[in-house]
Design a protein around this ligand. Structure first.
Ligand SMILES: NC(=O)c1ccc[n+]([C@@H]2O[C@H](COP(=O)([O-])OP(=O)(O)OC[C@H]3O[C@@H](n4cnc5c(N)ncnc54)[C@H](OP(=O)(O)O)[C@@H]3O)[C@@H](O)[C@H]2O)c1
Length: 286
């Protein structure tokens, strides 16, 4: 049975991913308590002691605004850490999987066609640049790799936009950004896509997100609607009005045709994913 080492297994994606991978692979989990990927020697030691066929790195510094304040830490984890994992995987002949982000595709004014894997990245802000540097390190150091770019992630095991909107909807009306468009993505559906890519012997970059796209404001309206907050008003505001520390792309929709071509799998529409997320969330709260 193929042995998969998942590093970052206790994060939002990591938790769902391990559950899904266990259905068809032998899974070994590691997170910051087992290994700090900033430490090259420790990462090599762990990987060579486990001897997996696949190393999946979902560990990251994911606080987009926080990265503006702590740029060195973001680079150490997202870029150098990614390189350390890639080197460690290559030393034992394992394929290395890295999770990338849609945020590397910054504003192309007027862009309205989904990005394909070969489109030129134009990252803005520390987080996006550190994640692109991570991709480049994976390509440089890993003999065989999967770079899986995803977007606007939500899952049951981490802080996410849906929970933030539901919390605020209990207290007041909402003002949500309407000039950023992307692809909301459920960590359970992304885990399915990763499992299917791991079945292949492919190497390269893949875009994996739920089908369709929307603005954050449209996403928030769907959340309050599906959750039954009929009287809550969601008003559009601009990115400029919100004034967050990190810049964010106006349009970062990803084209997922390559995933479909290689695996026969298209991730379901984001509205369907949102409905499943809300049902699971309710079951957990009972
Ligand atoms: N969230 C999104 O919207 C989004 C969108 C696009 C792409 N992505 C990418 O998807 C991946 C998974 O994201 P996520 O939201 O699931 O992340 P997450 O919940 O923040 O999980 C990351 C995990 O990695 C661990 N970690 C952090 N630094 C580490 C280190 N130096 N060594 C070992 N482990 C470390 C974290 O531990 P601590 O919690 O103790 O720090 C956490 O358990 C990331 O690569 C992220 O960049 C995320």
């Amino acid at each position: 049975m193929t042995k998969v080492l998942v590093i970052g297994s206790k994060g939002m994606l990591g938790r769902d991913l391990c559950v899904r991978l266990r259905q068809e692979f032998e899974v070994v989990e590691a997170d910051i308590e087992e290994v700090d990927i900033r430490d090259h020697a420790a990462t090599c030691k762990l990987v060579s002691s486990i001897k997996p066929d696949e190393v999946v790195n979902v560990a990251a510094f994911t606080d987009v605004d926080g990265a503006e304040i702590r740029p060195s830490l973001a680079y150490e984890i997202n870029a150098e850490g990614a390189g350390n994992v890639a080197k460690a995987a290559s030393q034992i002949g394992a394929r290395c999987t890295y999770i990338g982000t849609d945020f590397i595709f910054a504003t192309d004014k007027g862009k309205n066609a989904p990005y394909v894997e070969d489109d030129e990245p134009r990252p803005m802000g520390v987080y996006s640049r550190s994640k692109l540097a991570g991709e480049l390190n994976v390509k440089r150091y890993a003999d065989r790799f999967l770079i899986i770019r995803t977007a606007w992630l939500f899952g049951l095991h981490g802080k996410n936009f849906i929970d933030a909107i539901l919390k605020k909807a209990r207290e007041s009306d909402l003002r949500v950004v309407d000039d950023q468009v992307g692809c909301p993505t459920f960590s359970i559906d992304l885990s399915e896509a990763i499992a299917r890519l791991l079945r292949t012997q492919d190497t390269g970059t893949f875009h994996c997100c739920n089908a369709g796209s929307c603005s954050w404001c449209e996403f928030a309206r769907a959340i309050v609607g599906m959750a039954g907050f009929d009287k809550v008003e969601v008003s559009p505001i601009s990115t400029e009005e919100l004034n967050r520390p990190a810049p964010r792309p106006a349009y970062s929709v990803l084209n997922t045709d390559k995933l479909l071509e290689k695996t026969g799998f298209r991730m379901p529409p984001w509205e369907d994913a949102l409905g499943r997320y809300l049902r699971l969330r309710e079951e957990r709260q009972r």
